[in-house]
Design a protein around this ligand. Structure first.
Ligand code: SF4
Ligand code: SF4
Length: 503
């Protein structure tokens, strides 16, 4: 890392977008897909002042940084330069080495960096070096100017019928957003400063206007991370993707072998996904992602999946199984037991480069916290737009209880995000409920709201997979009560579940 020279000019990297927030700002790099948190509004002013300033020092002065604070702000700029948010303005004087100055101070804590993963992806908040966002998470709980992790399901149509599908996809809904409506949604995202959107389905690539929507998003500088089972990802599509900036591809695979994967995703789904990966590799797309839902059958294959990803130069991404959509029916057979939860926790701790979208934060109660914000982001930093334009608090709570409204409502998505009563409710301080006396609450936060809701556990009760085992009693107590049924199904036919029951 080159030391910051306060006497030379710096500028914001052209691949970085800034979005002001109440605590300061978010900075997102389209190059390295990293999110940085600027924890003071003054630091945002410094960054803005860099534009046209003769030096970093001049920008600090222009932004009114008091003398006693300069070392702290200089250290923050150093960290932003280290993470490629800032770059030195090229110039002969500096390239010839006439001036150099060591960076002052250590990491200030004024900036915390987070890996911005896909779908769902909050993707990790804070490094493992102790520079965690800390109280920043409290600011996140009260909501942001725009979601960090916005999932958009483009269609319910799907060629597969995975037995854990969170949106029970299969048939297209005749009321799905038209191309013009979908383009307007993209425009709204751009105006809100949304850095990227996680596109899924159904299988999004079967929508005839998929490529037009993708191009429109990229043109508006809304990055696209889309999930696919690979059905339309042939050589031409792979080349097209490799030639497009701001696009990440995530191939869904639920096992390292055809036997494991196809038991979940259907016959030949493994071969189809591998063909798509081969095409991406042949087109030199770069590090695409392999996205795996962790069922009990996947746990013994984690090492093999990691090797598979490494063989492609791809990134592995693991997601927690939730009892949502068709997963409500199959969760009892597919979910992990306590031994497997501990295995997954240890494995994740030993593989810090594996992305999780923060979805295993309930496992942080087992020891050292997993990287991430470790909070339920529903309606705070996360939300979902479904194929007919309905907006839900998160991709795993497709139920009327968590429907905020529709993008077709007056004011559209921006108005819902800013003011929907549901989102205000979710952003208000809540009580720890049944977890109040648990010493692990800070780490686990009571777990996943969706997992509780669709198993009939009170929202302030313990996670059904609580690592202390409190979920089992809560599940037993909930069995007699009415368990909410998942949202409207779109399955083409009843999905056969042939996979073995838990012993
Ligand atoms: S409800 Fe669960 S899946 Fe949704 S944001 Fe909260 S923790 Fe994540
Ligand atoms: S009792 Fe609640 S806070 Fe404690 S580990 Fe279980 S779910 Fe988490």
């Amino acid at each position: 890392m080159a030391p910051l020279d306060v006497d030379r000019p710096y500028r914001l990297n052209s691949s970085v977008a800034l979005r002001p927030e109440s605590f300061g700002a978010l900075a997102y790099s389209y190059d390295n897909r990293q999110l940085a948190f600027l924890k003071t509004p003054r630091l945002l002013e410094v960054l803005r002042a860099l534009d046209g300033a003769s030096s970093a020092s001049a920008a600090l002065s222009a932004a009114g940084v008091p003398a006693p604070d300069r070392s702290v702000y200089t250290a923050a700029l150093q960290r932003l330069a280290d993470t490629d948010v800032l770059e030195a303005v090229p110039g002969e004087r500096w390239e010839s080495g006439l001036t150099s100055m060591p960076a002052s101070g250590g990491v200030s804590g004024a900036v915390a960096r987070a890996g911005a993963g896909a779908a769902g992806d909050l993707g990790g908040g804070g490094d493992r070096d102790g520079n965690r966002p800390g109280r920043l998470t409290d600011r996140f709980k009260s909501g942001l100017a725009a979601p960090i992790c916005l999932t958009w399901e483009l269609t319910y149509a799907c060629n597969l019928a995975c037995i854990h599908c969170l949106s029970s996809s299969g048939r297209r809904d005749p009321d799905e957003l038209t191309t013009a409506e979908a383009m307007s949604v993209v425009d709204a995202m751009a105006e809100m400063g949304i850095f990227y959107v996680n596109i899924g389905g159904g299988e999004p690539t079967v929508r005839p206007d998929f490529w037009s929507l993708l191009d429109h998003a990229v043109d508006r500088r809304v990055g696209v991370k889309f999930s696919t089972n690979g059905v339309r990802l042939d050589a031409a599509a792979a080349r097209r993707l490799a030639d497009t900036d701001y696009v990440d591809v995530q191939i869904s695979l639920d096992g390292a072998t055809a036997e494991t994967n196809d038991a979940i995703r259907g016959t030949d789904a493994y071969a189809m996904a591998r063909r798509a990966m081969d095409e991406l590799a042949a087109a030199d797309f770069g590090p695409f992602k392999i996205s795996v839902v962790v069922t009990r059958h996947v746990v013994p294959e984690l090492d093999a999946l990691s090797e598979l990803a490494a063989g492609y130069g791809a990134q592995l991404r693991l997601t927690r199984l939730r009892p949502s959509g068709r997963g409500a029916q199959t969760w009892p057979q597919l979910r992990l037991d306590q031994d497997q939860q501990r295995q997954v926790y240890r494995w994740l701790m030993a593989h810090p480069d594996v992305l999780t979208g923060d979805s295993f934060f309930h496992l942080s109660a087992l020891g050292e916290p997993l990287p991430g914000l470790n909070l339920c982001g529903a309606g705070r930093v996360v939300c979902l737009i479904d194929p007919v334009g309905d907006v839900y608090a998160c991709p795993f709570v497709l139920h009327e209880r968590f429907r905020a409204g529709s993008v077709r409502d007056p004011g559209g998505f921006p108005s819902l995000w800013r003011g929907a009563p549901l989102f205000r409710e979710l952003r208000a301080p809540g009580s720890a409920g049944a977890c109040t006396s648990c010493g692990l609450y800070d780490a686990c936060q009571g777990g996943c709201m969706a997992a509780k809701f669709f198993t009939g556990i009170a929202l302030d009760g313990p996670d059904p997979e609580c690592v202390l085992g409190h979920g089992e009693a809560a599940l037993t107590a909930a069995a007699a009560a009415a368990i909410p049924s998942p949202g409207p199904g779109h399955s083409r036919r009843p999905v056969p579940v042939s996979i073995g029951r838990r012993p």
